[in-house]
Design a binder for this molecule. Structure first.
Ligand SMILES: Nc1nc2c(ncn2[C@@H]2O[C@H](COP(=O)(O)O)[C@@H](O)[C@H]2O)c(=O)[nH]1
Ligand SMILES: [Mn+2]
Length: 398
C-alpha cells in the first residue's frame, strides 16, 4: 500500500505516478480509479496520492492530493477552503439533555447577526466580503455535530490536547459558501489550468486565498454560535482544511478532499451514525503529499440514495435518530435521505488503511450525539416566508 500494490502506480505512458494508500478492503469505485488515471495524465501533473475515502467527484477524484506545475481550479471546485474544525466544549456531559441540546442548536438556523465587519477585518479580509453568508453552515453534507469522546487509543496525546474520555466536542464541517462559488465562477472554463505566475493565475490565487481564510473564519463563527446556544465556552483543538490549493515543494498542491497534516491532531469524519476519529498524523511520507483522508467518503452518490434510504415509514421515521441514541436536526427530508449514513463508507476501514499505510494513528473515537444539518428545507423556508408575508399583508390592510 502507498506504492505500487495496485497496477498503475507508475504508468508507462508518461503520466504521473499514483500512490494509493488504501487496501482491497476499501470500497473504491471504478469511476474513481478512472478519474485518478485521468488526473495523473493531465498536463503538468507530477504526483498523485489517493486515500481510502476516494470516490468520484464532479471534476476529479475526491479523497486525493494532486501536485502540478499549474493551478487547476476545477479540481477544487466551488467549496474553496472547506474543512473540518474540532472544538472542545466546557460543558459537562452528565448535564447534557440531547433533546434540549438539539433544540438549542436550531439557533444555527438563519443568518448570523454578529459584527461581520470586525471579524472579517481580524482575518485581514475586506469588511463586506460575502458577510451575509458568514456564520452559516450551508447545505449538502456540511454539518455541526456535538460529539462525545468515546474510546481512547492514545491517552497521552489526548491529554496533551487537554481532552479526556467523556468530554464533549463539536465537529464543524463547512466552507466558503457563496464566496467560493463566486470565485470559482470566474474561472469555470479554465480546464487547461492557470499559470500561477500569470495575471489570471495570480488573481485566482488571491481570491482563492481569501476564500480559504473566510472558510476558516466561518467554521469558527459556527462553532461560536453553537457554543453560545449551548451556553458554554469553547476551545479550538484542530482545524484541517481539505479543499484548496497551496504551495508545496515541486509545485502547486491540490487538496481535493485531502486533509492538511500540519498539526498534532487531525479529525476524520465518519457519518451522523458512525464514529468519527481524532488522528495523529505519522512522520511525513513524501508520497502522501502531506495529506490524509478527510472523511469516510461516499459509497453512493446523492441521486442513487433515493430508494436506498427512507423507503419505508419506519425507515423515514428513523432518519432523525441514530443507532447511538443521537438526534439529527434537519427538516429537509430529501437532504436526510441523500446524506443517510448508508451513503458513506465505513470510517473504521478508512482508519485501518491509514494506519497500515503508516500515515496516521488513532487517538480517540468520537461518538455523534446531535448532528445539525441545514435545519429547514428551502421549500419549507419559502413556505414560511410566504405565510409571514401574507400575515403582514393582512395586518397592513386592517
Ligand atoms: N460526523 C459526521 N460526518 C459526516 C456527516 N455527513 C458527512 N460526513 C463525513 O464528512 C465527510 C465530508 O466530505 P466532503 O467531501 O464533502 O468534504 C464525508 O466523507 C463523510 O465521511 C455527518 O452528518 N456527521
Ligand atoms: Mn468538505
Amino acid at each position: 500500500m502507498g506504492t505500487s500494490e495496485k497496477a498503475g502506480a507508475v504508468p508507462a505512458n508518461g503520466a504521473a505516478p499514483i500512490q494509493r494508500f488504501y487496501s482491497d478492503r476499501s470500497w473504491i469505485e471504478g469511476a474513481a480509479e478512472e478519474q485518478l488515471t485521468f488526473v495523473a495524465g493531465m498536463a503538468g501533473v507530477s504526483s498523485v496520492a489517493a486515500f481510502p475515502d476516494l470516490h468520484p467527484g464532479k471534476y476529479g477524484p475526491v479523497g486525493s492530493a494532486i501536485l502540478a506545475d499549474r493551478i487547476y481550479p476545477q479540481l477544487i471546485g466551488n467549496d474553496i477552503g472547506c474543512g473540518m474544525s474540532l472544538y472542545a466544549l466546557d460543558l459537562p456531559a452528565r448535564k447534557l439533555r440531547l433533546d434540549k441540546a438539539a433544540a438549542k442548536l436550531r439557533q444555527l438556523e438563519g443568518v448570523w447577526t454578529g459584527n461581520a465587519g470586525a471579524r472579517l477585518a481580524g482575518e485581514d479580509l475586506p469588511t463586506d466580503l460575502h458577510n451575509q453568508a458568514l456564520g452559516t453552515i450551508g447545505g449538502g453534507n456540511h454539518f455541526c455535530e456535538l460529539q462525545v469522546i468515546d474510546e481512547v487509543t492514545d491517552g497521552a496525546l489526548l491529554e496533551a490536547a487537554a481532552l479526556r474520555k467523556g468530554d464533549l466536542v463539536l465537529l464543524v464541517h463547512s466552507g466558503s459558501r457563496s464566496l467560493g462559488t463566486a470565485v470559482f465562477g470566474s474561472v469555470l472554463d479554465r480546464f487547461d489550468g492557470l499559470d500561477p505566475n500569470s495575471p489570471d493565475g495570480k488573481a485566482y490565487r488571491a481570491a482563492h486565498d481569501q476564500a480559504v481564510r473566510w472558510a476558516a473564519l466561518n467554521r469558527e463563527l459556527i462553532a461560536e454560535r453553537a457554543a453560545k446556544a449551548l451556553r458554554c465556552d469553547l476551545r479550538i483543538v484542530a482545524d484541517a482544511p481539505h479543499n484548496l490549493v497551496e504551495d508545496h515543494a515541486g509545485g502547486i498542491l491540490h487538496r481535493k478532499g485531502a486533509a492538511r497534516v500540519d498539526q498534532a491532531l487531525v479529525p476524520l469524519a465518519g457519518s451522523r451514525d458512525a464514529l468519527s476519529y481524532l488522528l495523529a498524523p505519522c512522520r511525513e511520507q513524501a508520497e502522501a503529499l502531506a495529506s490524509l483522508a478527510h472523511g469516510a467518503g461516499r459509497k453512493y452518490d446523492r441521486r442513487s440514495m433515493t430508494g436506498r434510504a427512507g423507503g419505508t415509514r419506519s425507515d423515514r421515521d428513523s432518519l432523525g435518530r441514530t443507532s447511538f441514541g443521537g438526534l439529527v436536526v434537519c427538516e429537509d427530508r430529501q437532504l436526510l435521505i441523500e446524506e443517510a449514513p448508508a451513503a458513506y463508507k465505513d470510517p473504521a476501514q478508512v482508519l485501518k488503511d491509514l494506519q497500515s499505510a503508516g500515515l496516521a494513528a488513532p487517538v480517540a473515537a468520537l461518538k455523534p450525539l446531535v448532528t445539525y444539518k441545514k435545519a429547514v428545507s428551502d421549500t419549507l423556508e419559502s413556505a414560511r416566508q410566504d405565510k409571514r408575508r401574507r400575515l403582514w399583508d393582512r395586518r397592513a390592510k386592517r
